[in-house]
Design a protein around this ligand. Structure first.
Ligand code: 4AD
Ligand code: MG
Length: 430
């Protein structure tokens, strides 16, 4: 009977066949221990000289790393392994012999591993990170579907910018100038006016020459947008959503968190509500913490965010930033012209901003004025202005960066390991 490593728990005591690769092995005179992987998991297979033919024992002893096989044997309990089971082998059929696999069990430098990303993905830790990424995506769909949101897919080729004009990838669209999407937000606002509560999940692009552990050139964003929802209500949705995702990962990725040696006690406490701190108070807090140069009106960098996050053991919302350092579409605070109804959600443990969100301007005249102030003129925005012209309503939304969230939950310190094939400042390969 053919099965997979993820299913062996259902086959204790039975003889099964698994299609697998050899991740690692060790052998002594009469026994060989094969570390198998099949994509669904990792498992040890024990080949005892007395249980198999001479050829099969020789094959097991000689087999090279990443060779592929069909392997047949009995599934038995093994309390010491994280999986809880191992295989006592009867037979092995070699499918393909791998020669000189470049990633050996010894240590390799990051650049070398990144150059071999297409193979590195097979390793145990990378596998665990991608499984956590997958669980975050699954939990995201569940959360928004269960709460009455409609998934809407905004375009990737666009004629206008959503987050400022400096970080755009330009491309030709036949005779027109086009850009790769920085954010689906403006389209999601149109969708919210048609469907009420919507969310998107897709790739976004920033031609940003930053080389930090939090920046990718291509990253994936989840962008919910809600009609008739104000800023405070949006914060409640955000904390519910993030809590749900964290608890789902804890529940469904025990093995992976274990492989990554993630301190799960820190994640257990991530439950709504999350603390809120105003931008003004954040400035004071930073001054107290020794950032004496920071002035009201300046944006926060990674060291500032980390310092603020240190004061809390849950993610923290920094609310009401100065309007001059935020995007054109954010609604001004009703009592304070100089700040906007927005929040960045900062993850604990130094993982940085994972969400940016705001209530949006819903007044046509103010929107036109902001356009002019930001130099965003032209036909490309006409459709967007029409949203404030025909039945404008209060509405809010936010964007959660998937890779930074994976980095936080998996406890990986650089976002390059949180996406299968990272696009970085100096990397378009593989
Ligand atoms: O704060 P940002 O730029 O917000 C927007 O794009 C809004 N239009 C979203 C919205 O309201 N619909 O980006 C949102 C999140 C950030 O908090 C961060 O997690 C992630 O996207 N992000 C990046 N992740 C990796 N690499 C980059 N270069 C990123 N830039 C933003
Ligand atoms: Mg932001």
């Amino acid at each position: 009977m053919k099965t997979t490593i993820s299913e062996v728990k259902k086959h204790e005591g039975e003889v099964v066949t698994i299609g697998a690769w050899l991740a690692n092995k060790r052998s002594s005179g009469k026994i060989a221990f094969l570390q198998l992987r099949d994509g669904t998991g990792f498992m040890q297979a024990v080949v005892a000289k007395n249980d198999v033919s001479e050829e099969v024992f020789q094959l097991a002893k000689d087999m090279t790393q990443e060779s592929s096989m069909y392997i047949t044997g009995t599934i038995v309990e093994d309390k010491r392994s994280p999986l809880g089971f191992e295989m006592q082998v009867n037979d092995i059929e070699l499918i393909h012999e791998a020669v000189d696999y470049p990633i050996t069990p010894k240590e390799h430098g990051t650049e070398f591993l990144m150059d071999h990303r297409h193979l590195w993905l097979r390793s145990k830790k990378q596998h665990a990170v991608m499984k956590i990424r997958n669980e975050i995506i699954r939990a995201t769909y569940q959360f928004f579907n269960d709460n009455g949101y409609v998934k809407i897919d905004p375009p990737i080729l666009t004629g206008s910018s959503a987050e400022g004009t400096t970080e755009l990838f330009h491309t030709k669209y036949f005779d027109e100038e086009a850009y790769l999407s920085q954010s689906g937000q403006l389209y999601m606002e149109a969708a919210a006016m048609a469907f009420g509560k919507v969310f998107s999940f897709g790739p976004t692009f920033r031609a940003e020459k930053s080389k930090t552990r939090r920046h990718l050139i291509e990253f994936w964003m989840i962008e919910p947008e809600m009609a008739f929802v104000n800023h405070e209500e949006s914060l409640e949705i955000q904390e519910q959503y993030v809590s749900f995702v964290v608890q789902s990962v804890l529940e469904n990725c025990r093995l992976e968190l274990n492989i990554l040696e993630r301190d799960t006690a820190k994640l257990e406490q991530i439950k709504a509500p999350f603390p809120r701190i105003s931008y003004d108070d954040a400035i004071d807090l930073l001054k107290e913490k020794g950032f004496t140069d920071i002035e009201w009106g300046e944006d926060f960098g990674a060291p500032h965010e980390t310092a603020i996050a240190e004061s809390f053991d849950k993610p923290v919302f920094i609310i009401n930033y100065p309007k001059d350092i935020k995007a054109f579409y954010m609604k001004p605070h009703p009592e304070r012209e100089e700040v906007v109804l927005c929040a960045d959600l900062i993850a604990p443990e130094g993982y940085g901003e994972i969400i940016g969100g705001s209530q949006r301007i819903d007044d046509l005249e103010l929107m036109k004025q902001r356009y002019e102030e930001h130099g965003l003129t032209g036909q490309a925005y006409e459709w967007y202005l029409e949203l404030s012209k025909y039945g404008s309503v209060p509405h809010s939304g936010f964007g959660l960066g998937l890779e930074r969230t994976v980095a936080w939950l998996a406890g990986v310190d650089h976002v390059r390991e949180t996406i299968p094939f990272p696009r970085l400042l100096n990397r378009l390969y593989p």
